[in-house]
Design a protein around this ligand. Structure first.
Ligand code: SF4
Length: 125
């Protein structure tokens, strides 16, 4: 039988890979060959560490939990329109270079547009 810390690590990895769909607690423990008691203990521990989120769910007439990762995987789409990717100054740009992200207007505008998109999505005005 795997050690608890190994199981905790495997559980976290598995949950992280489920993304927004999450996984039913019972399905996870079946996958990891752990008992439901041990599984419950580990999922509570992961939740207390702030690594996962548990939401109650009725499945096949029984209450269980669906486990979701708290960290979202980074996506290439999040930086696809970053001006640095196509900038001709890119090769010379650096913190101490002649061109620097510290005072780059294009990068600042892009970052501001991201914060505005975020507030548009959340309904802030
Ligand atoms: S920080 Fe500005 S100058 Fe530097 S690579 Fe990005 S867009 Fe170009």
């Amino acid at each position: 039988m795997p050690r608890r810390s190994d199981l905790e690590q495997k559980a976290l990895q598995f949950i992280a890979n489920t993304g927004e769909a999450g996984v039913l607690q019972s399905d996870l423990w079946r996958q990891l060959d752990a008992s439901s008691r041990e599984g419950s203990r580990i999922s509570i521990k992961l939740e207390n560490k702030g690594l996962i989120r548990r939401e109650r769910e009725l499945s096949e007439g029984r209450w269980t939990y669906r486990l979701y990762p708290k960290r979202k995987r980074a996506s290439i789409n999040s930086i696809i329109d970053c001006p640095c990717l196509t900038c001709l100054e890119n090769i010379r740009c650096g913190a101490y270079g002649a061109t620097s992200p510290n005072d780059c207007e294009k990068l600042t505008d892009w970052l501001i547009s991201l914060t505005q998109e975020g507030s548009d999505l959340s309904g802030d005005s």
